[in-house]
Design a protein around this ligand. Structure first.
Ligand SMILES: N[C@@H](CCC(=O)N[C@@H](CS)C(=O)NCC(=O)O)C(=O)O
Length: 211
């Protein structure tokens, strides 16, 4: 049986748990990791020591986007990414930029609002414009890996919106915002989200600047 090291609070791990739910995979053991006192086996197996990590027989995989795409292909999810090379490239670009630009800017802004300066804001805005174009190319469809990639973060960004200016930039792009809102209503996202109040408290104590 495959084994997935995961953590309830972690949006990266949630992506993979959402794929597991979407595909109805049952022959997988979920191993909940305490991020403050990480499982020895996880630390021994993973070069990054991070969740999610999947062991499928002898195959070891980490990095949520890689694990999600592997499971999608293994279980024959045809629409996970587009069959059109142009659109598939744009979908991968969106997922990459989400992780390289949007997420880090959001995490930093929670801890230090001044870090969301004009330069960061412009960079985020330009990436969001490109994302909105990609979502339009997808006709706003959400039953795919791209939506499962972004939704765990958008849910948390929305819950914590009073602590960051970044969600306001998303709101200004109505098409993209509507797509994200639909993505967080998907059953596989709702089924894998942590309890809201608990998660907000965890994020506030871990990231939000005090006083
Ligand atoms: N790029 C990784 C990020 C995974 C990640 O940062 N996971 C966090 C929890 S949300 C973690 O395990 N942190 C422990 C640490 O960095 O020490 C992915 O997409 O899987």
């Amino acid at each position: 049986m495959a084994r997935l090291f995961t953590a309830e609070i972690c949006p990266f791990a949630q992506r993979v748990r959402a794929v597991v739910v979407r595909l109805g995979i049952t022959d997988i053991e979920l191993i909940e990791v305490d991020l403050a006192d990480r499982d020895r086996e996880l630390l021994a197996l993973s070069p990054t020591g991070r969740v999610p990590l999947l062991m499928d027989g002898k195959l070891k995989l980490y990095e949520s986007a890689v694990v999600g795409e592997y499971l999608a292909r293994k279980h024959g999810w045809d629409g996970a990414l587009s069959g059109d090379p142009v659109l598939a490239a744009r979908q991968r670009l969106l997922m990459d930029r989400w992780d390289q630009v949007i997420n880090p800017a959001w995490y930093r802004s929670l801890g230090d609002p001044a870090a969301f300066d004009r330069r960061v804001k412009e960079r985020v805005a330009r990436e969001l414009d490109e994302m909105e174009l990609t979502v339009a190319m997808m006709s706003g469809a959400v039953d795919n890996l791209v939506a499962l990639h972004c939704a765990p973060f958008w849910a948390r960004m929305d819950w914590l919106r009073r602590h960051s200016p970044l969600p306001g930039l998303v709101d200004a792009r109505a098409g993209f915002r509507a797509w994200l809102d639909e993505a967080i209503r998907m059953p596989e996202i709702a089924a894998t989200l942590p309890e809201r109040e608990w998660a907000v408290r965890r994020y506030e104590s871990a990231y939000v600047a005090k006083g």
